[in-house]
Design a protein around this ligand. Structure first.
Ligand code: HEC
Ligand code: HEC
Length: 313
């Protein structure tokens, strides 16, 4: 520590410790003082207009009449009532939603009254379908099917391709969304030996031109079409699947549960198929939306998925 302690020239409080330790008494900077007064004034004005101080289990709501907000609330029994209340975030959101709903209603009515094809051919209405559909999709569907509808392997299917496990017509998609889907494939762990799993797995790989052991695939063909495993009963003799039960088409390069395209070696690809057939699959649950979205919203989403995400078929 340096010893050239100069005599302190600013004002002190007069307190001294250890002979030379003094407490200075500098005035607060002017800008700071003004900042303080301004925030104080702002807080007072804010307090008059907006909900501010908590008191017990309620809070001050601002001076009545200074800042009110009106919105239409739907009661549990479906009837509507107009409410006027002090300004608050929830009421503001309700009012904004009312405005949006009123603005959108004529368009939703149009979607509801037209056939799918008519909606699809109406360029102006399709602009609305695209924007409202995008919002509905990101609010309700994107968590599983991802923002662009591209899906995620081992989780939820891609909705942008031309392949539809449950059918890609407007009506099929509408049914899928309204009633949900739950594809179930039984486990074969007690039915097929490891060797048989390898054989039927090789056959499945051969169907979409993936590398496979040709001799094993030939034996797998017989297992697939035989009655012990009975794969053909659900997937069809041509292995192209059945949209009524959502048994997948095994002849294309589109996979939901086994990550065949992502697996590096032919052995990894085979293992992906074997694991699925061994354990079966019941995790594919598409939730029911008929109870959560209105019929018009579902119809609009159907057109959005079919036309805008692409790949209706
Ligand atoms: C909790 C996750 C989840 C959410 C949320 C979800 N889905 Fe799905 N969806 C799935 C799964 C999983 C499947 C596949 C079901 C199966 O494999 O049996 C599926 C299947 C589908 C299919 C059938 C695809 C085909 O190939 O036939 C459509 C269409 C679909 N979803 C649309 C939607 C729409 C529209 C929404 C939003 C309203 C939505 N999904 C919300 C998980 C979800
Ligand atoms: C009872 C009907 C049924 C039987 C029998 C059946 N499957 Fe499946 N399989 C399904 C269904 C349904 C799915 C779709 C599951 C889902 O997406 O949730 C499926 C999916 C698959 C998949 C995944 C396809 C993909 O794209 O993700 C493979 C591979 C498969 N099955 C192979 C087989 C083989 C091999 C056999 C015979 C050993 C077999 N299945 C027997 C109903 C069946």
């Amino acid at each position: 520590m340096s010893q050239d302690n100069k005599k302190v020239t600013v004002e002190t409080t007069g307190h001294v410790w250890d002979d030379d330790l003094q407490e200075l008494n500098n005035p607060l900077p002017r800008w700071w003082i003004w900042g303080f007064y301004i925030t104080f004034a702002f807080a007072l004005v804010y307090w008059l207009f907006y909900p501010a101080w908590p008191i017990g289990n309620t809070y001050t709501k601002g001076i009545p009449g200074l800042n009110t907000i009106t919105y239409v609330a739907t009661k549990v029994d479906g009837t509507q009532e107009t409410k006027t209340t002090h300004w608050n975030m929830r009421a503001k959101l309700m009012a904004e939603m009312n405005a949006l709903r009123t603005e959108q209603k004529p368009y939703f009515d149009k979607v509801a009254s037209k056939s799918f094809d008519e909606v699809s051919k109406d360029a102006e209405l399709m602009q609305f379908v695209n924007s409202a559909g995008k919002t509905l999709f990101s609010d309700n569907c994107a968590a599983c099917h991802q923002a662009g509808g591209q899906g995620k392997i081992k989780f939820a299917p891609n909705l942008t391709d031309d392949y539809w496990q449950y059918g890609g017509s407007y009506e099929n998609i509408q049914t899928t969304i309204t009633a949900g889907r739950h594809g179930v494939m039984p486990a074969f762990k007690t039915i097929l030996s490891d060797q048989e799993l390898s054989q039927v797995g090789s056959y499945v790989l051969s169907l979409s031109g993936e590398p496979n052991d040709t001799a094993a695939a030939k034996l797998g063909d017989a297992i697939f079409h035989g009655n012990k495993a009975g794969c053909y009963v659900c997937h069809g003799a041509d292995a192209k699947g059945n949209i009524a039960m959502g048994s997948a088409n095994l002849t294309d390069k589109i996979w939901l549960w086994p990550d065949v395209l992502g697996a590096k070696t032919p052995q990894d690809k085979l293992n992906e198929i074997k694991t699925l057939v061994y354990g079966g699959m019941d995790k594919g649950v598409m939730p029911v939306w008929g109870t959560r979205l209105s019929a018009e919203q579902i119809k609009l989403l159907t057109v959005y998925v079919h036309d805008s995400l692409g790949g209706g078929k």
